[in-house]
Write a protein that binds this ligand. Structure first.
Ligand SMILES: Cc1cc2nc3c(=O)[nH]c(=O)nc-3n(C[C@H](O)[C@H](O)[C@H](O)COP(=O)(O)OP(=O)(O)OC[C@H]3O[C@@H](n4cnc5c(N)ncnc54)[C@H](O)[C@@H]3O)c2cc1C
Length: 282
């Protein structure tokens, strides 16, 4: 795309060619998978809260195909024990679901307008930002042991969230849905500046599913990371403070425009300890 003029309103046509970019507007999940193909040369457009500023700054990829998911019917949240969350479910829907720690993680992102537009698929697939971390739902989904249904070259399939986050960017995937079980107990804490438009510096999510507690941090590196040393310490019976002291064993915090690596290293053990205390108190 060469700029704002190339953005067209979806109309009744399923395919519209605007200058050198083909805009695809599937009306079902099956059509979306077919249009995505192996994903090469395709830009997936969900809520657009990351992509619209890219367009405004003239950084949107020129040419290729844009796959707009708005009408693909991927926006439902269904199920009781196992929750199936369509990739186009808005962050505001996650907040309203009350399923922790996902609801708190979603409610902590940006402001009410962004949350009404931004999607869970877009958050999970958000490329790491140059100035600040993105993808705040990743830590909550890692803590919950979520599964990700996606399509791309070869096939449609389901990966654990750990595999999906670790392999992100290796090959293009179209996220269709996320499945999670409701944890027995959960906690979420984040460190941010008191401004609705600022990104969180770091966030910590913990969840007890089955007989284990999973803990993850977002914002310390380009993608969220599971804190397995903290989890092992908890399994061995350590108190929150001792377990929280292991927070830096699995992650090497980074510098960005929001905070220095030093600040993140200093804060993370306390953030983890407080999240664990919240979990144990809940
Ligand atoms: C003022 C402001 C504050 C913000 N604060 C935060 C914050 O605190 N924390 C945070 O995490 N984010 C924040 N964001 C970023 C953003 O709003 C969220 O990450 C949001 O969830 C992105 O979702 P989207 O649907 O808008 O994504 P889009 O902009 O549509 O897409 C984002 C990326 O994901 C890809 N993508 C989208 N859907 C899929 C899919 N189904 N399958 C494969 N790839 C897909 C797109 O191709 C693109 O690369 C903020 C944004 C703004 C403007």
């Amino acid at each position: 795309m060469r700029g704002r003029r190339d953005i067209i309103q979806p109309d009744k046509e399923r395919r519209v060619r605007a200058s050198d970019t083909e805009v695809l507007i599937p009306t079902s999940a099956a059509q979306a998978v077919e249009a995505f193909g192996d994903g090469r040369g395709v830009t997936v457009f969900a809520g657009g809260t990351i992509l619209m500023p890219e367009i405004a700054y003239g950084r949107y990829p020129a040419g290729g195909r844009t796959l707009m998911l708005e009408r693909a019917g991927l926006d439902e949240i269904s199920g009781d024990g196992t929750l199936k969350i369509g990739a186009m479910a808005r962050l505001s829907m996650l907040t309203a679901s009350g399923v922790e720690p996902l609801a708190s993680a979603a409610g902590n992102i940006a402001d009410i307008e962004i949350r009404a537009q931004a999607t869970v698929g877009g958050n999970l697939c958000a490329p790491p930002g140059a100035e600040s971390p993105r993808g705040d739902l990743q830590a909550a989904l890692l803590a919950m042991g979520a599964r990700v249904r996606s399509a791309g070259a070869g096939s449609e399939g389901v990966d654990s969230i750990d595999e999906f986050v670790a392999g992100a960017g290796a090959e293009p995937r179209l996220v269709l849905a996320i499945e999670v079980e409701r944890p027995r107990r959960a906690a979420f804490l984040s460190q941010r500046r008191p401004h609705a438009h600022s990104y969180a510096v770091m966030s910590v999510a913990c969840a007890e599913t089955g007989d284990a507690i999973r803990v993850a941090v977002g914002g310390a590196g380009p993608r969220a990371v599971r804190l397995t040393a903290v989890e092992r310490a908890l399994a061995d019976g350590s108190a929150p403070t001792q377990a929280g002291a292991k927070a830096l064993d699995d992650v090497e915090p980074q510098d960005d425009a929001l905070a220095s690596a030093w600040y993140r290293r200093s804060v993370l053990p306390t953030l983890v300890t407080r999240a664990l205390e919240q979990l144990q108190g809940g």
